[in-house]
Design a protein around this ligand. Structure first.
Ligand code: 5GP
Length: 224
C-alpha cells in the first residue's frame, strides 16, 4: 500500500488583498472536509458579520505583542497599520497528526514560513488584472478610501514576489481558480518525495520473499 508522509501538508495561500484568497479558501474547505484552516490573530477591528474565533482572533496590540514574546506565533506581519499572525500550536498540532493545514496570509508572513518550513506548498493568487483588483477592493466597502488606496499600492509591491512561490493561480472565476488549486494539491500528494519510506521498506521485504520462493527470479536478479 502506498502511504503518503505522516506529516500533513502545510498549504500557504497568499497574494494581494482583494485577489480573492478568502473566497477560494472557503470553496476549498467546502469541497474538502479533510482540510484545516488556521484562524489568524489580528489587531484590526472586526468587520460587520465577522466572528471572533472564526474569522480571526481579534486581540489588542498589547496581547499580540505578548504572543510574539511567548513564541506563540509561527509568523507575523504588519499590514495597513495592523498586526496579523498565525498561532503556532494549532498548525503544528494538525500537521503532526498528518492533517493538511491551510494558511491564508499576506506575502511577508508567507516568506517567513518559507524560510523555516520550505517543504510547505506556496501558492500565489493573482487577480485577473490590477483594474479588477482595485474594483474588488472598492466594492467590498469594508475600508475607507484611504485604506483601499493603501492596500492597492501594497498589492503592486506584493506582486513582484510571485517568483518566490511554487505555483501561481489567476482568480478569473472562483470555480476555475479553486479547480486549479485542487489540481495542485492532488499533484503535490503524488510527489515521490512525499511518499512514506514505509512503502519502500515494504517493497524490499516483498522482493526478498519472492527471491526466497522463486529460484529462477533469484538468479535473474543476481545476473542483473
Ligand atoms: P484583512 O484585513 O483583509 O482581513 O487581511 C489583510 C491581509 O492580511 C490579507 O492579505 C490577509 O490574507 C492577511 N492575513 C490574514 N491573516 C494573516 C496572518 O496570520 N498572517 C499574515 N502574515 N497575514 C495575514
Amino acid at each position: 500500500m502506498l502511504e503518503t508522509k505522516k506529516q500533513g501538508l502545510l498549504i500557504v495561500i497568499s497574494g494581494p488583498s482583494g485577489a480573492g484568497k478568502g473566497t477560494i479558501c472557503a470553496e476549498l474547505l467546502k469541497r474538502n472536509k479533510n482540510l484545516w484552516k488556521s484562524v489568524s490573530m489580528t489587531t484590526r477591528k472586526p468587520r460587520k458579520g465577522e466572528v471572533d474565533g472564526v474569522d480571526y482572533f481579534f486581540v489588542s496590540k498589547k496581547e499580540f505583542k505578548e504572543n510574539i514574546k511567548e513564541n506563540g506565533l509561527l509568523e507575523h506581519a504588519t499590514y495597513a497599520d495592523e498586526f496579523y499572525g498565525t498561532p503556532r500550536s494549532y498548525v503544528l498540532e494538525h500537521l503532526n497528526k498528518g492533517e493538511d493545514v491551510i494558511l491564508e496570509i499576506e506575502i511577508q508572513g508567507a516568506l517567513q514560513i518559507k524560510d523555516v518550513y520550505p517543504q510547505g506548498l506556496f501558492i500565489f493568487i493573482l487577480p485577473p488584472s490590477m483594474k479588477t483588483l482595485k474594483k474588488r477592493l472598492e466594492n467590498r466597502g469594508t475600508e475607507t478610501k484611504e485604506k483601499v488606496l493603501k492596500r492597492f499600492k501594497r498589492a503592486y509591491q506584493e506582486i513582484n514576489e510571485v517568483t518566490k512561490y511554487n505555483y501561481v493561480v489567476t482568480n478569473d472565476t472562483v470555480e476555475n481558480a479553486t479547480n486549479k488549486v485542487e489540481a495542485i494539491l492532488m499533484a503535490e500528494k503524488c510527489r515521490v518525495d512525499r511518499i512514506e519510506e514505509v512503502y519502500l521498506d515494504t517493497v524490499e521485504e516483498e522482493l526478498h520473499e519472492s527471491l526466497v520462493d522463486n529460484k529462477e527470479l533469484n538468479n535473474e536478479v543476481k545476473d542483473f
